[in-house]
Ligand binder design. Sequence first.
Ligand code: NAD
Length: 312
Amino acid sequence: MKTLVTGAAGFIGSHLVDELIDQGHEVVGIDSFDDFYEKSTKMANIESAQHQPRFKFVEGSIHDQFLDELLDNIEVIFHLAGQPGVSASWGNAFNCYLLNNVDSTKTLLQGARERGIRRFVYASSSSVYASPKCIEPLSPYGVTKLAGEHLCALYEKRYGVSAVSLRYFSIYGPRQRPDMLFARAMTCVSEQQPLVIYGNGRQSRDFAYVSDIVKATISAGLSEELPSSAIDIGSGSAVSVLDALNLLEGICGVRFDLQFDADGTSGPSESMADTSAAISALGWRSSTSMTDGLQRQYEDHLASHLHRRPLQ
Ligand SMILES: NC(=O)c1ccc[n+]([C@@H]2O[C@H](COP(=O)([O-])OP(=O)(O)OC[C@H]3O[C@@H](n4cnc5c(N)ncnc54)[C@H](O)[C@@H]3O)[C@@H](O)[C@H]2O)c1
């Protein structure tokens, strides 16, 4: 099957590309290499995919002029491109959030509608929730992700575009974005720096391993019937930030020097996926333990950190 992955060089997008190629699908990937973090990191994410004949990469942003090239013979769109970052969305760059989370979603949905594309999978976020089951974004980022969901629902209702929104919770694993908790913690270990925690660290999060959620994403794209309009994608269990870091300390063999930023944007006090729709509609549940997943992320971190260090 010929598929499009937007945000193909990002953390989750690059894992999705690798898995789709492994499963024998043809993949067109697009990424604008936005400056949220380093281009070299993103290029490394797709380094192995670039050698695969079933992968074609387009560098650029999702705009109308790209659509003919991007959507030619595409059957499934996996729309993962987006502007992440809860804290930064409060700042001056809100236009980027509107452009990359809302405008690009509308552009692609319109393209999907005009070309009769079989399925549109949208990477939404647990940031649409204020607490489990309560849809009420607590950040401008969450507002833009929810707007994307509404656009999907609108195109489904009005034009029959088969669109599903996947609400990813806190995803971790190799290639995790450098602004995310475990990636920051591992960098602090390597650079012997204090680790800043937003809030008091007692907020709970649903951490899910990237390879697991990639499987859920593919399943949502390939299922015969539209599985549902919006599905939580997470492990279904919640761990406090402090407990998760405690586990990571055991894996890294260090004690973190924690510094608490009480004013920092810590998000909801509790966040946990309701996995019932993922189980019933996708036949999916996460299977990687946090110990195994964090161990793999740490090994990947050590390998890439060593690789980047200049020779003495
Ligand atoms: N990582 C998580 O835990 C998490 C949780 C919830 C939701 N999400 C969503 O999943 C998606 C992927 O997240 P990620 O963590 O891999 O982020 P990421 O920043 O690593 O990847 C996103 C990629 O999209 C690209 N991009 C941004 N705007 C673009 C545009 N207009 N055109 C083309 N490319 C563009 C960026 O350059 C980047 O490489 C995002 O939509 C994010 O909102 C992620």
